[in-house]
Design a protein around this ligand. Structure first.
Ligand code: GLN
Length: 212
């Protein structure tokens, strides 16, 4: 039986910054485990899709027979959070993907891969994200972007959680939530700011307690 007090949250362990997400989740008092096989997926309450390379993860998901089970769990309402490549995997539509790249289609958004362009492969930026506890009066949220996507457009059921606040990409959507699925174009797992993971853990706990 899942425990609402200490949910078990999986981190998809194909490729990418798996360890950093496990550590961020453990710091928040959840049980965090790697998910590589269908049986491991069946044992978690929720799943994090790490940053890395979405095209590689897409191929590995199919090689590990996880693609269909993941689609099924997401369609059945499993809470999920994706950072960067994870956001791409969760999206319904991709721009600038590779030709055969597939996604799991859990978020009604169009993401543009590598959207910020080559001259700014990596950068950090303060973002405005009131729903994540980073509004104008709060401590600013520093976000790391690494060959990041952005959300080009979002369907009516999608809540925008954060936008880039300055520079040429100002106004671009970089964090979203739709139902129990959250995604960020940036990598909170690489910094010490717990607010994004904490918001996800709250969402997981709320979902589990309302299912009881
Ligand atoms: N550019 C990568 C991709 O497609 C994402 C980069 C990241 O996760 N840091 O998938």
């Amino acid at each position: 039986m899942p425990s609402t007090l200490a949910p078990t949250i999986g981190v998809l362990a194909m490729q990418g910054d798996i360890r950093e997400h496990l550590a961020a989740l453990e710091r928040l008092g959840t049980r965090a485990v790697r998910v590589r096989r269908p049986a491991e997926l069946a044992a978690v309450d929720a799943l994090v899709f790490p940053g890395g390379e979405s095209t590689t993860m897409d191929k590995l998901l199919r090689a590990f027979d996880l693609f269909e089970p993941l689609r099924d769990r997401l369609a059945a309402g499993m809470p999920a959070y994706g950072s960067c490549a994870g956001m791409i995997l969760l999206a319904k539509r991709i721009l600038d993907g590779t030709q055969d790249q597939q996604t799991l289609g859990a978020l009604d958004v169009t993401v543009r891969r590598n959207a910020f362009g080559r001259q700014v492969d990596s950068f950090e930026e303060d973002i405005v994200a009131p729903a994540l506890g980073a509004g104008p009066q709060d401590r600013p949220m520093r976000a790391a972007f690494i060959r990041a996507p952005w959300v080009e457009d979002a369907g009516p059921g999608v809540e925008v959680l954060a936008r880039v606040s300055t520079g040429p990409a100002a106004g671009r959507i970089v964090a979203v939530r739709e139902g129990a699925v959250m995604a960020t174009a940036f990598h909170p797992e690489l910094g010490a700011d717990p607010r994004v993971h904490a918001a996800f853990v709250r969402l997981v706990r709320d979902r589990l307690s309302s299912e009881r």
